[in-house]
Each structure stands twice: as C-alpha cells, then as structure tokens.
Design a protein around this ligand. Structure first.
Ligand code: SF4
Ligand code: SF4
Length: 104
C-alpha cells in the first residue's frame, strides 16, 4: 500500500475516536482527553508529536497499548476516507488495526 502519513489532516479523517470498539474503554478515554488538551498546541505548530500518544490511526501506528477492547463491536474503518483513498480493503490485516496491527 502507499504509506499513509501520520498528519493532522489524516488524523481528523480517522474514525477510531468515535468507534464503539474503544469508545467505552477507560485507557482510550484518558488518551483521548490528553490529545484533546494538547490539540491547540498541535494545530498552532502544525506538528504531530509521538504518534503512540494518539488513540487512533492504528492502520499507521499499529496496535493500541490499551487492553480490553470491545472487539464484538464493528470496526468503523470502512467509513473512513483513508480506507478508500489507500485501498486498505486489500491489505492485511483488514480492519481492527487497533487489535491486529498496522496495515501492510
Ligand atoms: S481500527 Fe477499527 S476497530 Fe480499531 S478503533 Fe479504529 S475503527 Fe475501531
Ligand atoms: S482506516 Fe481505520 S485506523 Fe486507519 S485512519 Fe481510518 S479509521 Fe483510523
């Protein structure tokens, strides 16, 4: 696949932050809160620090460090613009990157 860049523009397209697989997960919620707090600085400087801090874009960043994901829920990647743009349907793993690792 073409390498997806970890950029603010792409981050804003990612559906992971609203995905039911992690929406109720305390570890995710804490990371999301921190991301929210530093977002003004990120937007001002237009830089993305430490991708592992961001609870999303797992197709690029690989598995989440959070445990107890609710993987009975449906992965939302199919509704992500990057899914279509980068033809992720034909990569492996196919969706659930938070659980199974980055797309290759
Ligand atoms: S990779 Fe899929 S299952 Fe995991 S958080 Fe993102 S949208 Fe949800
Ligand atoms: S394909 Fe899935 S993991 Fe990748 S940016 Fe989109 S929603 Fe996030």
């Amino acid at each position: 696949m073409s390498q997806i860049e970890f950029t603010l523009e792409n981050w804003e397209k990612c559906k992971c932050v609203t995905c039911p697989v992690q929406a109720e997960n305390q570890c995710f919620l804490e990371k999301h809160e921190k991301t929210h707090e530093i977002m003004p600085k990120i937007k001002k400087t237009d830089m993305m620090e430490s991708p592992e801090m961001f609870p999303g874009m797992y197709c690029v960043n690989g598995k989440t460090t959070c445990r107890n994901l609710d993987t009975k829920q449906i992965c939302q990647c199919h509704s992500c613009p990057l899914w279509v743009e980068y033809d992720l349907l034909h990569d492996k793993p196919m969706r659930y990157y938070c659980r199974d690792g980055a797309a290759k």
